[in-house]
Structure formats: structure tokens, C-alpha cells
Design a protein around this ligand. Structure first.
Ligand code: ATM
Length: 244
């Protein structure tokens, strides 16, 4: 129920519609999926194709993407002091990084008509902190709403590979970079199963915005599938602009 004028109490949902951050002419597209699903390769291939077509593209990652966000990312993933981190602190740090990224980079980029490709956005929080860590989903959603306000992706692609494939790729990466300890990747296999269930639930709840892409095929075939979703969004969207 909307808050009455003069009421001191406003919850995150009342506040979100006012937190618009100005007119947004660009496109925000997010990419999600388990580790080792091939997201980074696909996002940079897509960015190159869009830039070749004269689009202004911003490639961002979460957590991170700003100097403050990158410090938070280090604390979340690699800091030697992070073993004791609670799920609640993890939720808030992910969203502190996000709140900064939205206001420092994403909103100005969208206002200038750019295309923002985000390697993970708030659906990671629903999947990892909500489904994976088991935090209350209503609470997680309220924190996300506060962090992003009305800045939401027009399209979210979840790249899906079988969990054995994802685990095998993760283990081979860990073997080649043993000094890059990552607290989140150290979770047990059941955690990642819950995360994948979360992604399936998100896709089922928002079929218009969220699409699952089978990412097991060749880089080219997966990119073709991604383009089938992205291409139609570009119709009527000016290319060759000089945004940001
Ligand atoms: P990558 O940038 O390598 O995907 O690492 C980010 C990690 O942070 C990833 N971990 N794994 N495994 C997913 C996790 N994450 C969250 O738990 N919540 C979030 O909101 C975001 C953005 C990422």
C-alpha cells in the first residue's frame, strides 16, 4: 500500500518508484549463470559485434565495475580475512557494490543512450544469497530494490550448462590459478545446485525479461542464440551515437 503523505515510514517498494535517476534512453542487458558457463567470452563477443555496428557499449561486472566496487569484490572473494563472512554481510556487500555501480556508471551510461552489458546483476543475488545461502527471499528482494531503484535490465540471459561441466571448468581454472583463492567458489556442490534451482525459478517467474540460453554448444552457436534475443531490441535504437 502506498505510504500516505507525511507518513515517516516508507519501505523500499514505496521508495523505489521515486528513485528513477532521470530519463533512460539506453539498454541494460544482464548475463547470468554458474561459474564456467562461458559468460565472459559470450559477453565480449557480443560487445565487439555491437561496437562494430556503431553502438556505444559499456561492459561491466558485478560485484565490481567501479573503484569502490572492485575493493568490495576483493573483500567478498579473495581477501585473506573473509572466511568468517556471514550470508547477511555478503548480501549487503554485493548490494553496496551494486548501488555504487548503478549511480556512478549505469545510469549516466543509459541516460546518454549507451548499451550496458552487465556480467551478473541482481538475479545473482536472488540465486546465490536467496536460494544458495537460504536468506529470506522477501528480505533479499527488499535489499535489491533499495540498491537498484528503478534501474532494471530490459533483458536477462541465463547461460546454462550442466553442473558437471561447470564444476569441471571451475576445477581446471582453480588448478591453473591455485594462488587465486575464491571464498564463494569454495562452497559445497549442493550450494551450486540450489543456485541453479534459483535461476530456474527466476526464469519461470519472469519469462518476458529472463531467458535461458543453452550454453553447452560451440561459442558460435551460443552467440547466435544470444543474438536472437538481443537483435530485436536494437530495432529503432539509434546506432553510431556519441554517448559516453
Ligand atoms: P565472477 O565474477 O567470477 O562470476 O564471480 C562473482 C561471484 O560472486 C560468483 N561466484 N561464484 N561462484 C557469483 C557471486 N555473486 C553473488 O553471490 N551475488 C551477487 O549478487 C553477485 C553479483 C555475484
Amino acid at each position: 500500500m502506498p505510504a500516505k503523505a507525511g507518513t515517516p515510514y516508507l519501505d523500499a517498494r514505496d521508495r523505489a518508484p521515486r528513485d528513477r535517476g532521470g530519463p533512460m534512453n539506453g539498454l541494460l542487458i544482464s548475463f547470468e549463470g554458474a561459474e564456467g558457463c562461458g559468460k565472459s567470452t559470450q559477453i565480449s563477443t557480443l560487445a565487439a559485434r555491437l561496437r562494430a555496428g556503431g553502438r556505444v557499449v559499456h561492459l561491466l561486472r558485478e560485484p565490481g565495475g567501479t573503484p569502490i566496487g572492485e575493493e568490495i569484490r576483493h573483500t567478498l572473494k579473495h581477501s585473506t580475512e573473509n572466511q568468517a563472512m556471514t550470508a547477511e554481510a555478503e548480501l549487503l556487500l554485493m548490494n553496496a557494490s551494486r548501488a555504487q555501480l548503478v549511480r556512478e556508471i549505469i545510469r549516466p551510461a543509459l541516460a546518454a543512450g549507451g548499451i550496458v552489458l552487465c556480467d551478473r546483476f541482481f538475479d545473482s543475488t536472488i540465486a546465490y544469497q536467496g536460494y544458495g545461502r537460504g536468506l529470506d527471499l522477501g528480505m533479499v528482494q527488499a535489499v535489491v530494490d533499495f540498491a537498484v531503484g528503478s534501474t532494471r535490465p530490459v533483458l536477462t540471459l541465463i547461460l546454462q550448462v550442466p553442473s558437471e561441466v561447470s564444476r569441471a571448468r571451475l576445477e581446471s581454472r582453480q588448478a591453473t590459478l591455485p594462488f587465486m583463492r575464491d571464498r564463494i567458489e569454495e562452497a559445497e556442490p549442493e550450494f551450486f545446485e540450489r543456485v541453479n534451482n534459483g535461476y530456474r525459478a527466476i526464469a519461470a517467474a519472469e519469462p518476458e525479461r529472463v531467458r535461458i540460453v543453452d550454453a553447452e554448444g560451440s561459442v558460435e552457436s551460443v552467440q547466435a542464440e544470444i543474438w536472437r534475443h538481443v537483435g530485436p531490441l536494437l530495432a529503432g535504437f539509434p546506432s553510431g551515437n556519441t554517448a559516453l
